[in-house]
Design a protein around this ligand. Structure first.
Ligand code: R1X
Length: 250
């Protein structure tokens, strides 16, 4: 392995051992802004890669696109060229009444409806982050006095599902949030013996939106500034967590 990868168009030596993997291509620049000496490595099909440094420690960023099937291609190819730690920074929706716009969520497990991991392992196989990444992220948030939400996240595959029960059923089981890539990340990383973690920013409360009879998924967010602030803070928390992991030799 280590040769040129078909989709991400990177080879061994192009990326750092630690790679931040947002879904959104638009978030890549925001993360790269926190790095020094960053250079663009590749861009293909919306899979954009930069490598730079955070306080002298090498860090890469690669966008994965939306959903388990796209993201799983990126996770696999990054590991093929030397990634040892993958950290997803991504958007989530809240599934509990108390998880709202701008909240930061760091899950310690996922329900696996990502649409890709079921091709790797049976349904009874868990999707969990590496304890090292989880604790570095949560410690780094707490050290700066930022409260986070933790619990189990649901990685699903059907954004435009309009049946309220689809959302409510997981809410009733105390699931805190939902998004579309984390469980594929956790399963693939576990199988390939690399470390993974996920930190999410809440964009909407799907619990409240689906509590009526209709689910309106297209509401424009009135709290954009609060969310943008949390995106910035999430990036800082992640970079500090990465430094912590390098310093502690994790
Ligand atoms: O993971 C989810 C997906 O990538 C979060 O945002 C996208 C859907 O809007």
């Amino acid at each position: 392995e280590g040769r040129f990868q078909y989709h991400i168009e990177c080879s061994a030596g192009d990326i750092a051992p630690v790679v931040i993997v947002p879904g959104d291509q638009g978030r890549v620049d925001k993360i790269v802004a926190g790095l020094s000496e960053a250079r663009k490595i590749a861009e293909n099909r919306g899979l954009i890669t930069y490598t730079g440094k955070y306080k002298d420690y090498p860090v890469s960023v690669t966008s994965t696109g939306m959903g388990g099937p796209s993201a799983s291609i990126v996770y696999e190819e990054l590991i093929n060229v030397g990634a040892r730690v993958l950290i997803r920074i991504g958007s989530v929706a809240g599934l509990q009444e108390y998880v709202n716009e701008g909240d930061i969520v760091v899950p310690y497990g996922c329900v696996r409806d990502d649409g890709a991991s079921n091709y790797y392992v049976p349904p009874n196989f868990p999707a969990v982050p590496s304890p090292d990444v989880y604790s570095s992220l949560t410690t780094s948030a707490r050290e700066r006095g930022r409260e986070i939400v933790t619990g189990i996240n649901w990685t699903h595959s059907c954004f435009y599902k309009r049946d309220p029960e689809y959302f409510q059923s997981w809410s009733k089981r105390r699931i805190v949030s939902l998004e579309m890539e984390a469980s594929a990340l956790f399963v693939i990383s576990y199988l390939r013996n690399v470390k993974a973690g996920f930190i999410g920013i809440c964009y909407a409360n799907r619990y409240k939106q689906s509590a009526g009879t209709k689910v309106d998924l297209s509401v424009k967010n009135p709290r954009r500034d609060v969310i943008e602030n949390s995106v910035k803070e999430t990036i800082e928390i992640t970079l500090t967590a990465i430094k912590k992991m390098y310093d502690e030799d994790l």
